[in-house]
Design a protein around this ligand. Sequence first.
Ligand code: HEC
Length: 213
Amino acid sequence: MALHHKDTTSTKEHKERKRCSLCVLRVLCVFVVGVAAACRQDMHDQPRYKPLAKSDFFGDERSARPLVEDTVARGHLRDDSLLFTGKAGKDFSDSFPFRVDAAVLRRGQDRFGIYCTPCHGQVGRGDGAVVRRGFRIKPANLHVDRLRQKPAGYFFDVITNGFGAMQDYSAQIGVEDRWAIVAYVRALQLSQNARIEDVPPAHRGELEPGGKR
Ligand code: HEC
């Protein structure tokens, strides 16, 4: 009996102790959540500088930091001289920085139609709509010997940096598209100065009789 009584007491005590520890746990939880909420910092409220504000952290007191020397932003590495300047070494190169195929030529034709024909005309003779309506400085005829003998890189440079009265198109036309235009200019030049030997024998019969050369 005594044993039984003792047993009951210990169960009671045990239950009470358990309840008490639950209480402590609850209080602790509330405390932790409270502290966490008090420490919460949203991104829009984090420490930051206002543009060009003075800084106590950096030695030169500027919060706007200069670019780290010799670093290049992702996607801005321009280590391919031919692709970005049209030059191999000091001179303009006559090679293209990538393979020219029918898709590149079609792209070049499309871009030439948008950016060059208004002044240089569909075929590149310098007789575009703008000229016919009174543009006083005559755009170049791309078929004169001097320009036919220029290397491909030269045309890339004219598009990139402009030439005399012609503005540059570096902002409007991407690097690859400029090369596509150059390829198309080459095709135009060939089209206006082609010899019968340039046409594959199988296609010569398709030419109009009495056509030029
Ligand atoms: C707004 C009119 C205009 C447009 C558009 C234009 N050009 Fe020209 N371009 C000119 C004029 C004008 C000249 C002659 C500039 C001079 O002699 O001062 C010229 C000259 C040139 C020359 C000859 C450079 C030389 O050595 O004589 C080339 C090549 C040329 N343009 C290519 C292009 C290409 C390719 C495009 C299209 C991306 C283009 N141009 C778009 C007006 C234009």
